[in-house]
Design a protein around this ligand. Structure first.
Ligand code: AMP
Length: 134
């Protein structure tokens, strides 16, 4: 069965997409720990990030950089924190999280709640920045 992220790639389930190309997709995390918390995935469905082939893995990081630059312009922060966990969804993904302090990367804290309109507004702002940079 396809991963939930492959189903997002195939538009079988909705997501707040912020950037996409032939090989990668970025969309907002549905349970964010910060405004602008974004997931970046390869379109190839591979569970463990270090099982990706070299080109896909390096391309994923370059795509992350493009998305991170856009998030920085939308969400005031010191920088974009980068982490990989992967214990919940078996489809490799990178978390991009606007941070000011180390505890901003704490996944055990309560998740932020946004309405669908708020999620869409955040995604649209990031998407605009990505498109301006392209
Ligand atoms: P992990 O696999 O531990 O890195 O966690 C998976 C992440 O994916 C969590 O932060 C979830 O909130 C997020 N997530 C799970 N399902 C969705 C979805 N349908 N849309 C957006 N984010 C999701």
């Amino acid at each position: 069965m396809s991963s939930i992220f492959t189903r997002i790639i195939n538009s079988e389930i909705p997501a707040y997409k912020v950037a996409e190309d032939e090989h990668y997709l970025a969309f907002l995390d549905i349970n964010p720990i910060a405004k602008g918390h974004t997931l970046v995935i390869p379109k190839t469905e591979v569970d463990y990030i270090f099982d990706l082939d070299h080109d896909t893995l390096s391309g994923l990081m370059v795509f992350c950089k493009k998305v991170a630059r856009a998030i920085e312009q939308v969400v005031p922060c010191d920088r974009i924190g980068v982490t990989v966990i992967g214990l919940e969804v078996p489809h490799a993904h990178v978390h991009l999280i606007p941070i000011d302090h180390i505890h901003d990367m704490d996944f055990s804290k309560p998740k932020l709640g946004f309405s669908p309109d708020e999620f869409e507004a955040i995604a649209a702002s990031i998407r605009d920045r990505v498109n301006q940079a392209s």
